[in-house]
Design a protein around this ligand. Sequence first.
Ligand code: ADP
Ligand code: ASP
Ligand code: MG
Length: 472
Amino acid sequence: MSLVVMKFGGTSVEDAAAITRTAGIVAGRVAAGKRPVVVVSAMSKVTDQLLACAAAASRGDRTGALAISQRLRSRHRDTAAALIKDAKNCATIQTAIEREFEALDEVLRGLAAILELTPRISDLIVSYGERLSSAMIAEAFKEREINSIHVDAREIIITDSQYQKAIPQDELIDERCTRLVRPLIDAGLVPVMGGFIGSNEAGITTTLGRGGSDFTGALIGGALHADAIEIWTDVNGIMTTDPRICPDALRVKEISFEEAAELAYFGAKVLHPATILPAVRKNIPVLVLNSKNPANEGTRIISLAPHCRSPFKCIALKRKLTIIDVVASRMLMTHGYLKSVFDIFDKHQCPVDMVSTSEVSVSVTVDSTDKLPAIADDLSKIADVKYEGCKALVCMVGEDIRGQRGISAQVFAAIKHVNVRMISQGASEINMSFMIEESDAEEAVRSLHAYFFKDPDPEIFDVEARNATVAQ
Ligand code: ADP
Ligand code: ASP
Ligand code: MG
């Protein structure tokens, strides 16, 4: 029987109706003879609200923090009551919810007294979102004929101690999956666990970074050698661009691992950037599907992209970036200079998105703002440094950019009215990116989308869906 990891994002578990829909999808897989392992996010917006709670408490606003927590408590309590009809089961889950919120409030009160929010405490606070959703959903599934069992993801996803962006320890995760999850599946149970959260070897709670539930899904899928990983979200799959920017974006039927990884890294929120890796290593197909429209085929991510007659598959947009210009006439003809610049980014563990160099300057873009002053300080010891925020990176992805003549001319003609700050054609040859002002970004994406997807290849894109909308 084939094993499938099904990950449901925040909107797929946002309320009792969504959770009921999700249960129907899982029950459908069980009825089709599959063995699901379910990974769920926190209910939508809960992670943001927990972060707001933490921020309020760390400012000393104890009342404000506890008020947000109280609203979250009511939301979970009401959702559980709507989902679980059996009085005994409902009482059990309500007691568990109360216990979690008592513990959370205790942390918030402590934080409001000490006024220092460390990354470790932040992870502890946000972890409640997935802890609560997974426990409640596991219980709700039982009433919907799914033989489910709740598994605390922190016992399975073992990470290092880099709070807020912890690195999973593959071998330990493999061992935990084999010892603790596999026997449940073999016994015919459907394990339900929270995404995003883990713990270090000492058992202290960590998280995998925002959007990290996708990553959990892929890690579990990789460790259990799943036959497929399904990422259930609120759109029909990977689209030609964010449908919130272009409502006429088309579903991409198939995309390569490489293209999807590039897209995720460069801002397509639909997949967490690291998701693809564990799946690629084990050659496990990944599907992106819509929990509000489960009949849709979604997007299949496969190892080799099929040929596509359009040069691009997707346009991704990453906002809130900063350009750092490092200028030094000393750079002229010296070797080792770039190394000294990048050593500084390395020292601050700050990833760089894009780089461009000239005879006397190097410009890089980064998305972290909290480390900027310290980085600029170190850079100013070897060069003149300027940095400017509110930039956006537009990234055009497609296997078929390779060797296409005149493609850059077409890209820049489509956005000739926009001021472009930096340009890069990735070494992978499957992406072309450029940096512009954030205020120009959406309009630029719309212009590029209109130009490059006016005659889309029906083998690759769901053209029928667009035609059907136009005909309505
Ligand atoms: P989930 O809560 O299910 O993880 P996310 O909000 O993280 O969902 O990701 C889904 C959202 O990603 C969509 O609602 C859409 O607005 C956005 N998105 C950005 N780029 C794309 C793209 N190329 N294709 C599909 N969705 C995209
Ligand atoms: N709940 C976490 C977040 O909002 C993780 C996820 O949903 O993937 O970032
Ligand atoms: Mg997500």
